[in-house]
Design a protein around this ligand. Structure first.
Ligand SMILES: Nc1ncnc2c1ncn2[C@@H]1O[C@H](COP(=O)(O)OP(=O)(O)O)[C@@H](O)[C@H]1O
Ligand SMILES: [Mg+2]
Length: 278
C-alpha cells in the first residue's frame, strides 16, 4: 500500500527498544503493532495521511489521530504511554490488552440455529468500560464491537482518537466527521449529512453500544439499508430511523431497543444501562 510504513519509525524503536514486534493491522492511514520490550507489552499506533484517489478525498487527519489519542489517554490519567511525531505523521504507544473483541467473542451466538445466548456478564463488562469514560465527562465517538477487548480481568475500551470531553493540543486536533455508519446514532448521521461534521455525545455512545451488542449477538445491523449503498444513502436511512425489526435474545433485547431509541433523550444513560444489567 503506498504510504504505509513498512516498519516502525525510528523514534518508536528508540523509545521502546522492542525485543519482538508483530504488525497487527495495516489499513488506510493507520498501522498497529504489538510490541514487547523490557519496558512492557504495548500496542503501537502509527498514523500517516491518506492521499486522494479517484474514489476518496485526501484525509490528512489520519496522520494526527495517534497523537490526538495519546493526548486523550494522558488527560484520562493513563501514565504508561507516550506519543509524538515521525516523518509522515504521529504515533503513540499504550498498554497492550490481551483478549478477543466483542464481535469475536460472540461469534458462536451468531451461528445458524445457535442455542448459545449472549452472556449478560460480557455486555456488563462493555457497559462498565464505557461508564468509566462517561463518568469522567468524556464521550468516545467511535464505539464499535472491535473496540471492546474482553480481557481476563476486565473489559477495555480502545481507540480514543475521536473522544471529546477535555482539551487536546490544537496542533493534533481535527473535527469529528462521524464514525462507522452501522454504529452512528441518527442525530450524528443527520448532522454529518447536513454539515459534514458532528459532535460526539454520551447519548450517541449509548446508541452505538446498543448497535454493537445487537450486531455481535445476532449478526444484524440495527438499521435497514443496502450493504453496497453509498455512505450518504446509508446515513439517510440511519437519520430517518429505518429500524430493522430484529431483537437480541433474552433480557438484552428490551434494553438494546431502548438504547437504540431515535431521540437521544429517550435513551437510558450508560449508568442506567449498567443498573438494568446488574
Ligand atoms: N491497546 C491495545 N491492545 C490490544 N490491541 C489493540 C490495542 N490498540 C489497538 N489494538 C488492535 O488494533 C486494532 C486497531 O486499533 P484501533 O485503536 O481501533 O486503531 P484504528 O485507529 O486504526 O481504528 C484493534 O481493533 C485491535 O485489534
Ligand atoms: Mg479503530
Amino acid at each position: 500500500m503506498p504510504g504505509s510504513p513498512p516498519e516502525l519509525p525510528i523514534v518508536v524503536l528508540d523509545a521502546l527498544m522492542p525485543t519482538s514486534q508483530r504488525m497487527v493491522l495495516d489499513r488506510r492511514g493507520s498501522t498497529v503493532w504489538e510490541v514487547e520490550s523490557h519496558r512492557g507489552h504495548y500496542a503501537v499506533k502509527v498514523g500517516y495521511p491518506i492521499e486522494a484517489t479517484a474514489e476518496w478525498a485526501a484525509q490528512p487527519w489520519t496522520a494526527l489521530a495517534p497523537a490526538r489519542e495519546g493526548a486523550v489517554l494522558l488527560r484520562l490519567g493513563l501514565v504508561d504511554l507516550a506519543y509524538g511525531e515521525w516523518e509522515r505523521g504521529t504515533w503513540n504507544f499504550q498498554p497492550w490488552h490481551e483478549g478477543p473483541d466483542l464481535y469475536q467473542l460472540w461469534e458462536p451466538c451468531r451461528r445458524p440455529d445457535s442455542s448459545i445466548a449472549p452472556h449478560t456478564s460480557v455486555a456488563l463488562g462493555c457497559v462498565e468500560a464505557l461508564a468509566e469514560l462517561h463518568a469522567k465527562g468524556w464521550a468516545h465517538g467511535d464505539v464499535q464491537p472491535a473496540h471492546f477487548i474482553i480481557g481476563p480481568e476486565r473489559t477495555h475500551l480502545i481507540d480514543l482518537a475521536l473522544a471529546q470531553g477535555g482539551n487536546v493540543p490544537e496542533g493534533y486536533d481535527f473535527p469529528f466527521r462521524g464514525c462507522l455508519v452501522h454504529y452512528e446514532a441518527p442525530e450524528i448521521a443527520r448532522s454529518v449529512l447536513d454539515t459534514g461534521e458532528a459532535e460526539p455525545t454520551q447519548e450517541a455512545d449509548v446508541y452505538a453500544l446498543g448497535a454493537s451488542l445487537l450486531i455481535s449477538a445476532t449478526g444484524w445491523r440495527a438499521m435497514e439499508y443496502p450493504d453496497d449503498a453509498p455512505r450518504s444513502v446509508q446515513r439517510e436511512a440511519v437519520a430517518d430511523g429505518r429500524r430493522r425489526l430484529v431483537k437480541a435474545p433474552g433480557e438484552l433485547g428490551e434494553l438494546i431497543d431502548a438504547m437504540l431509541s431515535h431521540a437521544p433523550g429517550d435513551r437510558p444513560t450508560i449508568f442506567e444501562v449498567g443498573k438494568a444489567l446488574s
